[in-house]
Structure formats: C-alpha cells, structure tokens
Write a protein that binds this ligand. Structure first.
Ligand code: BGC
Length: 752
C-alpha cells in the first residue's frame, strides 16, 4: 500500500515535471523578466561583452584569448569554433567560471550542409521544391547541432541579377517570389518551430540588404537602388524569413544609396524593427563595422561604433569597436544606455529562446554517429538529382543505356572531389565526395568499359591532355564531358568579368565534339555560364551545378535514366556577359525590342534574348499545359492595402486553374509557373512577375488540374508615395513551363 502511494506520488511528480515548459516554450514574459534580472546585475563591460563575436581558427579550434575573455564575461559569441568537445570546453568556462554564467553562442556558416554536403543553394532553388531545401537544412541543423554549433549564418537571401557576382551561388537566384519560398523553407528547416529542440539551430537571414546588387558584379561593391526596387525585389526574401521566425539577421558589407548596410537606420531599424517587428538580434558581417571607415561614413573607430550601434547593429563580428569605444561613447552621450541595453536584451532573448541557459552543452557521445548518416547521404543524392536542370536533349541523346559498350568520361571536373562541394562546404570532406566518374562506374553494367581522361585543367592554358581525351572519345560509344568552375572560382570574393568556361575547357569540348561521337556536356559550376557554342552544337547538356557530396551518384542517376530531371533555372542564362544584367522581370521600356526596327531597345552585336530564360528546363518526357481559366473576369479593387496584409477577403482573390498533362512515355516532373503583368499602372511594372509555381509528378498520359490563388497582395506594388497599393485596371495572367513559353488570359481589377 505504502509502495503504491509512493508510486502515485512519483508519477504525479513526473507529470508535473513533464508539464513544465522547456526554456524555449517559456512564456515570453518569463524570458523578459529573466533578462531584466540579468541586465540589472551586469556591468558595462559585461554588457559590451555580449555584443562581441570573435573568430576561432579555420580548423574549428578556439583561440587562447577566448578562454580568458569568456571567464571575464567579455565574449558572448564565437564563429567557426565547432566540435562538441571544443565548444563544451569553452562553455564550461562560461557556465562555471564567469560571474554571471551567461552561455556562449557558437556560430558557423552551415550554408548547404554541415558534413553531409547538399547542392549549393542556387542548385536547390533549381528544384523549385522548397520542401527539399527544408529537408536539407534540417539535416544540416542536426549534424551541426551534434557538433556543438547552435547558430548558422544562413540562409543567404540576396537576390542576384548579376552572375558575375560569385555569391550568386549561395542564394536562390533572381526572383523575389521563388527566393521568398526558399527563404521560409530554409528557416523552418534550420530552426523548426522551436530552435531549442535537440536537433535544431538558430538561423540568420543575410546579408541585409542588397548585397547581391553590387555594381559591376564586384563583391562588396556599392549599390544604388530605388526604395521601390528595394521593397519589391531585395526585401521580400528577408520578410519571408522574418515571418518564418528567423532569430537573427546579418547586416551586409555594401552601402545602399550612400548609407552602408551596417550603419543604416532605414533598413536596420525602420524596416526591420518598426515595420516588420523583428525582435531577434542583428549581427554585423565580418568586420563590417570597422569597414565603415573605408566606406567614408565614419571618421575613425569610435565613430564607426557609434554609427553601427545607433543604426541598430547589436553584435559586432570580429572587429572590436563596440567594446573599445562603448564606454567613451556612453560617457559622452553619443550612444544612450538604452541603446546598449536594448542590444544586450535582444541577444540574451535569443540565447534564452535557444534554451542555452538551461542546456548549454552538447552531448559529446552523439557527434561521431550523427554525421553522414546513411539516410542523410541518400537525401543528399535525391536532392541533388532533383536540383539538376536538363538544358538540351536532341534526338533523345539522354538517357544512356546502362549496358552501353563503352563511355569516355572526360574533363577536369569529371573526377574532382572538391568542386561538387562548392563554396562554404561546412565541415564537408573531399574523401566523402562521389565524383561523376565514380558515380558512373557504380551505375553501369559490369561489361561497360568506362575510360577517363582529364583533357585539361579548369584554369590553365595547357592542351597537352587533349590527344589522350580525343583518342578516348574516338574509341568509345559516347563522350561525357565535365566542364565548369573549380570551387575557388565561386562564392565570396570570386567575382568574374567573364562567364566563359575558364582555361581551355571550351576548346576541349570542341575537340571532343569534332570526333563525331555523341557528346554530352555536364556543367559543374556555381553561376550561369556563357556557353552559346555548346548550346548551338552539342546535342545534350545537363546543368548539374555543384551538387554536394553525392553529386556523382545523382548525375549518374540522371544520365542513365533512373531519375528523370525536372529542375528549372532560377536565374536567366545570358548569351554573353555584355547582356548582364539580364533578368526576366524587367520593365518594358518605351521601345521594346523589335527585330526589324533599329530604334528599339537591343544590341547591335548580340540578340536581346537570353540563352535560356528564367524557369527553363527539360525532362525526358514532354508536357502540355492547356485550358487556362480564371474564377473571375473582374474583381473589385480594394484600394490601398496595409503592407502587412497578406490576404484580402475572398472577393479580392482570383483562382487560376490550368491543365498539365504528361504526353510523353516516362513518368516525370513539370514545374507549372504562374506569372502576372499589371498592364498599366501609376508606375511602370515588370513585363512578368512570378506569383505561383507547383512542381508536379505525372505518369505517362496522366493529366492534372493545377490551381493557384492570386491574392490582392500579390497584385500590389509600392507606389510613388511608397504605399503598397492594388490599382484598378487590366492584369495579364500567364502560365507555362518557363518564363517564355506561356499561355495567357486576363482579368480586371475594377475601379472603386
Ligand atoms: C561573409 C558572411 C559569413 C561571415 C562569417 C563573411 O565574410 O560575408 O556571409 O557569414 O564571413 O564567416
């Protein structure tokens, strides 16, 4: 009897304990009162310490000075320090030896995978399947978390209309609608609904903002953009991230209309805090606070600290100006105590939400088994396959038969282990990369002869390897040529003035093509290339991007038909670099291009059209899109909308339906894309704007009705008075498999 009472008591106690919310589920009011209690006890030095982030070593070690700084409460966060054991070592110092026991926040660039590397983000965007990005981010979060990382500097949400910019590789391309869908998905993947959960990490929307618009495609360069363009093109992915609950934002390197992003009160405070109600914290990009001096905004270090703090930067990455000059700035009244307290409050808030105070350590036993799990590796293969884009396939050159007699695998990227990992490859290792050559060897029949010849290097000018490659092609049934960019040619500080294949790679393709053997070009690259000759001559082209650890297997899956490619370009491919910037959602001009009219908007020496339009991609099967219908020919105008309104009443919506049918012989995927055009408005509007898309899988002969809802908010724009409005008048609705091949209809928004 006594025993059973005890049991009941224990059970009741257990139930009560279970019902106690974990730290992140604490009520916001509780978090705020814990922050208040802490703030009241903090010295100024300790407060400024929370605003400081310092870099570890490239290999993941912390630096000796970190121990002492943390012990004294002078360092709130590190970047690049990783590994369960190393992060725990530092955290023990914070939790056991510092006065206030405020945990350290460990950040790292987990951009497209931690150890299992997924395709570069530009590739994932080519899947037009945000669910995939959510999956890869969530696997990356789990691996990173088990390795002691609590915070990733991702997703990168910069719209890029200029492929010369190397960081185009890190984003979702040129379109704000597609990029917003991927922004939300990635934030959800990293953070889930509660980033204190054991497998989740904190995300960071970067680089706020317009970093992708640097003039000339040159990294870190200045930008000059209208507020309309900022609000309609560059802001939306960030808004989507904030709506998805992103905990942090990174202020960019560039200046925007004369005010650097890391000292910009308009973007950091007015838009982010006041309009969007973002309550997480802002971290500067690497030394971007100190760089305010180079920009010519700040006269000296102290001035730089003042400008960044007052504009709304909370945590300073790597430079130490907040710490060095905070006391004097406060004393002189150039920064208010409230500003410092607010920055500390935002950082502590996120640390509480992360559950760091209650669970500061990482379980060291988990790390070894948590990386490269078989299910993570197979997800990487599947996601890579769904991210690749078939650009050309004449006479059904692809897919190849696995029993083919012989294959020549040629090119500097055919057996390169580094390139598929791309830029920011986390803790990815070359030894875990499946190269295209390895993927092909693993796929073909035992009788198939697979020969390999490098031909040339990616970058140098030597052609000494050509004869061997040509001879191999001659003696094989088919030649697969892998060309593109090496990993160091993409990413940060990797702007290029030419988009041509570097080195002698184009000559290599020509030499192989001239053998007369069926030639297939597989691109391994991180930005749109200019490959007009290849497109005009070679019968089959696959854009494989930089496909991650499993790139080679995914390429083989497609080349041999186990996977039917269904990706679509998230960015326009130019014919020549001189066309850049070239993007689908441009304004019309008063003289739109006409072939036989010189005095229209075009070039003398190249066509105005792209090599491949935004949204383009083929499949091994064919689709037909027909029967475009709208639920209404006319909807009432709703006048001015508040910008936060997402949906208006039903009468402000139009349902768009269309039939898509697989008219070929294989199962495959089509991405049905919906575009609109506001025909006449009080400001010129883009010729097309993506407003919906769906990737559907159809069996041969299968037909499906696809439905989109166009809400009033999707019809609106920022007008001359910088108000978000839907104006009466005609709207075109266009649907198709890419941004060029469209069927169209129209409706009216009626005047009030
Ligand atoms: C990059 C950021 C990155 C940071 C930390 C900077 O150079 O611009 O994207 O998160 O370094 O590694």
């Amino acid at each position: 009897m006594k025993l059973s009472r005890l049991c009941i008591l224990v059970l009741a106690l257990a139930l009560i304990l279970c019902a106690v919310p974990t730290s992140a589920q604490q009520r916001p009011a509780d978090i705020e009162s814990r922050i208040n209690a802490l703030l009241a006890r903090m010295t100024l030095a300790e407060k400024l310490g929370q605003l400081q982030q310092l870099d570890g070593e490239g290999n993941g070690n912390f630096r000796p000075e970190h121990l002492d700084l943390i012990r004294k409460g002078l360092l709130g966060s590190t970047l690049n320090v990783r590994g369960a054991q190393r992060t725990n070592q530092l955290q023990h110092v914070a939790m056991e030896e510092s006065r206030l026991k405020i945990p350290v926040l460990f950040g790292f660039d987990v951009i497209h995978g931690y150890r299992t590397i997924f395709p570069i983000p530009l590739a994932e965007a080519s899947s037009w399947d945000p669910g995939l990005a959510e999956r890869s981010a969530s696997i990356a979060a789990q691996e990173a978390r088990d390795a002691g990382v609590r915070w990733t500097f991702a997703p990168m949400l910069d719209i890029a209309r200029d492929p010369r910019w190397g960081r185009i590789t890190e984003g979702a391309g040129e379109d704000p609608y597609l990029a917003s869908a991927f922004a939300g998905a990635r934030v959800r993947g990293f953070q889930g609904t509660d980033y204190s959960a054991p497998q989740k990490i904190l995300a960071c929307a970067k680089h706020w903002v317009a970093y992708g618009a640097g003039e000339g495609g040159r990294d870190y360069n200045t930008t000059d953009l209208s507020e309309n363009t900022l609000r309609e093109i560059y802001f939306p992915p960030f808004k989507a991230a904030v709506d998805a609950g992103v905990g942090t934002v990174m202020s960019a390197f560039n200046d925007i209309n004369g005010v650097p992003a890391s000292a910009n009160p308009f973007t950091l405070t007015r838009v982010l805090r006041n309009e969007w109600k973002f309550d997480g914290f802002v971290v500067s990009d690497y030394t971007s606070v100190k760089e305010l001096i180079n920009h010519g905004l700040a006269a000296n270090d102290k001035d730089a600290a003042r400008l960044a703090l007052n504009a709304g930067v909370d945590m300073e990455m790597v430079s130490r100006l907040f710490n060095q000059h905070g006391p004097a700035l406060l004393k002189e009244g150039q920064v208010s105590p409230a500003t410092i307290d607010e920055a500390v409050r935002r950082i502590l808030r996120i640390k509480f939400r992360l559950g760091l105070f209650d669970h500061p350590y990482t379980d060291e036993a988990r790390e070894p088994n948590s990386l490269l799990k078989p299910e993570s590796v197979s997800a990487a293969r599947e996601i890579a396959g769904r991210s690749m884009v078939l650009l050309k396939n004449e006479r059904q050159t692809l897919p190849l038969d696995k029993n083919i007699r012989s294959i020549a695998v040629i090119g500097p990227l055919a057996d390169d282990r580094r390139a598929p990992l791309g830029w920011w490859a986390g803790d990815g290792r070359e030894e875990n990369t499946v190269t295209p050559l390895a993927g092909i060897r693993a796929k073909v029949s035992p009788q198939t002869k697979v020969g390999y010849a490098k031909g040339c290097e990616v970058k140098d000018s030597l052609t000494t390897g050509f004869p061997e490659a040509v001879a191999l092609a001659r003696e094989s049934d088919v030649a697969l040529v892998f060309v593109g960019e090496s990993a160091d040619m993409v990413g940060e500080a990797a702007s290029r003035s030419s988009l041509d294949l570097p080195g002698r790679q184009m000559d290599l393709v020509k030499a192989i093509y001239e053998t007369g053997k069926p030639t297939i070009v597989v691109l391994v690259n991180g930005r749109p290339p200019t490959i007009e000759w290849i497109v005009d001559n070679v019968p089959a082209i696959l854009e494989s991007w930089m496909g991650g650890s499993q790139a080679g297997n995914a390429i083989a899956d497609i080349v041999f038909g186990d996977v039917n490619p269904g990706g679509k370009l998230p960015v326009t491919f130019p014919r020549t670099v001189g066309q850049v910037p070239i993007y689908y959602n441009h304004m019309n001009t008063g003289r739109p291009p006409e072939a036989n009219n010189r005095y229209t908007s075009k070039y003398l020496d190249v066509p105005w059209t792209p090599l491949f339009p935004f949204g383009y991609g083929l499949s091994y099967t064919q689709f037909k899109i027909t029967n475009l219908q709208l639920s209404a020919q006319s909807i009432p105008a709703n006048g001015e909308l508040q910008f936060r309104v997402q949906r208006l009443p039903v009468n402000g919506e139009v349902t768009v339906t269309v039939d898509v049918e697989n008219v070929g012989k294989r199962a495959g995927d089509e991405v049905v894309q919906l575009y609109i055009r506001d025909v006449a408005a009080s400001m010129t509007r883009p010729v097309k704007e993506l407003k919906g898309f769906q990737r559907v899988t159809l069996q041969p002969g299968e037909k499906r009705r696809v439905e989109f809802v166009l809400t009033a908010a999707q019809l609106g724009f920022w007008n001359r008075e910088m108000r978000f409005v839907v104006e009466p008048g005609e709207f075109k609705v266009m649907v198709g498999p890419n941004s060029e091949d469209l069927i169209e209809t129209k409706f009216d928004v009626a005047g009030r």
